[in-house]
Design a protein around this ligand. Structure first.
Ligand SMILES: Cc1cn([C@H]2C[C@H](O)[C@@H](COP(=O)(O)OP(=O)(O)O[C@H]3O[C@@H](C)[C@H](O)[C@@H](O)[C@H]3O)O2)c(=O)[nH]c1=O
Length: 392
């Protein structure tokens, strides 16, 4: 009888392109696979300095360290920590895997009992209909290995959406008692926010639509607080600050009529989630914050990552169709027009639709609460992924 001593861990390789989305998504997935499925996860990351913005406890100088049960390994060239084939090999967002990975797999294939890791490419999230047809398709590579395309998505024929098992109950508990939000605001050093004020988090790319919204908010009858983590959103607010952007520090509050802009430090992902849960409205971007805004069960604007030839507007539209499926046409058209105006940097239309949105605030809030239940359908991404691996 032969005993299979082959390692059973999963490797996830992530190359940080720009921003925090690639590492944000893979870090969420790695944590969940470890916590909920007790899988040994090796997360290889080529830019630990970027990673440390969303995991401040990380030490970018270390080749290997462990957080939340996940082994985080520096993906350098050549690899300073050797790769050992495990049960699953995930390349995130079509990053080019290092040659050592294929060499090692090839070496091990000389042994009769060796089973090559199941190789998956984790794709970007899209609500476009074609995703269903491509999810799970294999493709034979030059190495002789099969690579499967794993597409996250919003239907039960896709790979699903990343969402931790306990998230809804933790969020509901948080939102049921205003003292949690007050405690969070106090920890962040935010002052002067009363229960009647409107609180909006802003994590976007640069757009004049945001400048325009801030001008509008400054003239509001209500006090508005914009909570803005230090980063790209601030680049289009220089005219409001009247100071060099470099001089703007986390912890500062800038008064602009009825609007107070609070500059926040970046926190870890759990902290960011709690911020989204605590605001009345969130402006988010990219892929991961976009999904977390949905799980926050609050209305939001999605500033989608810009792509060539405005392809991102097709992706935006596909998502908006899905999100608005059972919303009344009046609310749906206002919310869609607001998102489009924000993404197109349309300074006039963004204000018109923001003002209209106020009129449909309550039904939109109710929709935002129901949406996470509808969107998950039967299973989240990690559960579907574990099943996908078992079925191969
Ligand atoms: C503001 C903030 C964010 N975050 C996290 C949440 C997310 O995991 C991450 C931000 O990622 P995203 O929202 O996806 O936005 P992003 O713009 O940073 O990432 C983008 O990167 C491009 C390369 C990809 O092609 C895009 O699809 C997108 O993922 O930062 C924190 O952990 N703490 C914070 O304080």
């Amino acid at each position: 009888m032969t005993t299979n001593t082959q390692a059973q861990h999963w490797d996830i390789f992530c190359a940080v392109v720009d921003n925090y989305g690639d590492i944000g998504v893979t870090w969420r997935l790695a944590k969940q696979l470890s916590a909920e499925y007790q899988l040994a996860i090796h997360l290889w990351v080529d830019d630990l300095a970027s990673f440390s913005h969303i995991l401040p406890a990380l030490d970018p100088s270390l080749p290997q360290q462990m957080f939340n049960g996940v082994t985080i390994i520096k993906w350098d060239q050549p690899l300073s920590i050797g790769y050992t084939p495990g049960a699953v090999l995930i390349e995130a967002f079509a990053c080019d895997l290092p040659q050592e990975v294929f060499d090692q797999i090839e070496n091990c294939r000389q042994q009769d009992t060796f089973i090559s890791p199941l190789w998956l490419n984790l794709e970007y999230l899209s609500a476009e209909p074609w995703v269903e047809g491509c999810h799970g398709l294999p493709s034979l590579q030059n190495s002789g290995l099969k690579k499967y395309f794993y597409f996250p998505g919003f239907t039960n024929k896709t790979g699903g959406l990343i969402c931790e098992h306990a998230l809804a109950s933790e969020r509901d508990q948080w939102q049921s008692d205003p003292q949690y939000r007050q405690q969070l605001f106090a920890q962040l050093g935010l002052e002067g926010i009363s229960d009647a004020d409107k609180v909006i988090s802003v994590f976007s790319y640069e757009t004049q639509a945001l400048t325009s919204l801030c001008q509008q908010w400054s003239q509001s009858d209500l006090n508005i607080h914009a909570l803005i983590p230090k980063g790209r959103s601030l680049n289009c607010l220089a005219s409001i600050f009247g100071a060099e952007l470099e001089a703007i520090q986390a912890g500062q509050a800038i008064q602009y009529g009825a609007l107070t802009i609070h500059i926040l430090p970046m926190t870890d992902q759990d902290g960011y989630d709690r911020l989204l849960w605590s605001c009345d409205f969130n402006i988010v971007r990219g892929e991961d914050s976009f999904l977390r805004a949905q799980w926050a069960a609050k209305p939001f604007i999605w500033h989608i990552y810009p792509q060539e030839e405005d392809y991102h507007l097709i992706k935006l539209d596909a998502f908006m169709q899905v999100y608005c499926n059972n919303l009344s046409p009046e609310i749906a058209s206002t919310w869609q027009a607001l998102n489009l105006a924000f993404n197109q940097g349309d300074t006039k239309r963004v204000i018109t639709h923001w003002e209209r949105l106020n009129l449909v605030d309550l039904p939109l809030q109710q929709h935002a609460k129901q949406w996470p239940i509808d969107a998950l359908i039967d299973a989240d991404l990690a559960r579907r992924l574990v099943q996908f691996v078992k079925n191969r």
